[in-house]
Design a protein around this ligand. Sequence first.
Ligand code: FES
Length: 322
Amino acid sequence: MVEQRELRVTQMTLEAEGVLSVRLTRIESDKPLPAWEPGAHIDVYVPDGSTRQYSLCGDPQDLSAYQIAVLREPEGRGGSAFIHDELRVGDRLLVTRPKQGFALEDAPYHALVAGGVGITPIMAFAEHLDRQGRPFRLTYGGRTASTMAFRSRLAALGDRVTFLAEDSDGRPDLEAIVKELPEDGLVYVCGPLALLRAVQAAVEAVHGPDQDVVRFELFSSVGVERPESAPLDGDSYELVLAKSGHTLRMKPDANILETVLALGIEVENDCRDGICGSCVTPVLSGTVDHQDLVLTKKEQAAMDKMMICCSRPTCDRLELDL
Ligand code: FES
């Protein structure tokens, strides 16, 4: 059962052109909200019953409220339009507990790169690293200065933050950024696909191919090319759901998440496209053709978990902890 709670909207601030931050405060004042780590998000229920994911960008030590920032997306499905146009201070909003799909790994140095509203989890990382006295640099790019949210809050981090408005400053020099990476340093990226691809290309140009140093979160899978699906021997495989006791014969292209949900087994899910990490499921045995954009190369190679909304096995028997 997905844990949900109602929170009250207690503050709405226009942080930049088209970017509204929303403070969501607990209703029962004596109970702290569930704790969260930088990189976590909550799912917000919009009036049609569907959810939208928003990264948390407030103070993790303040468990009386959460803060999110919402970019108005004129071409979106209506969630951001509802929040911008209809939601008001005093309203209640149903949300899930915080989920972690973009955790900050330990490293001697973090290069943080944000594009547009991708600044929300990246700002939470930067403030966390600052509190811990750990080295980082943050490069924040936007179309124009007026579209870049949280500039004054980020200015408190001093010269470790570089603001680049594309119309006046141009694009970030990503090769210069990744050149500063020491051994075991990591690059965290949040923004559009083009930014991620550019960071990956810069890492490859500077440090060579097969460097597993980029961690990222995307807001949409539009434009993502997935790896060619690995062929499966035979025309079906056995799916074993260990906890619930089901054994099924599956066609290679049958969707595991849909199959499992149809059996009445609850699995958290949101994007159904391999980008949010909600449906991550432990793999007890078998090998997987990973099609998600969430797990790192190392995590994918470990074969101990998979996103069941988009990935499938490469073996004739897959056992899941469901
Ligand atoms: S539902 Fe988002 S990764 Fe599977």
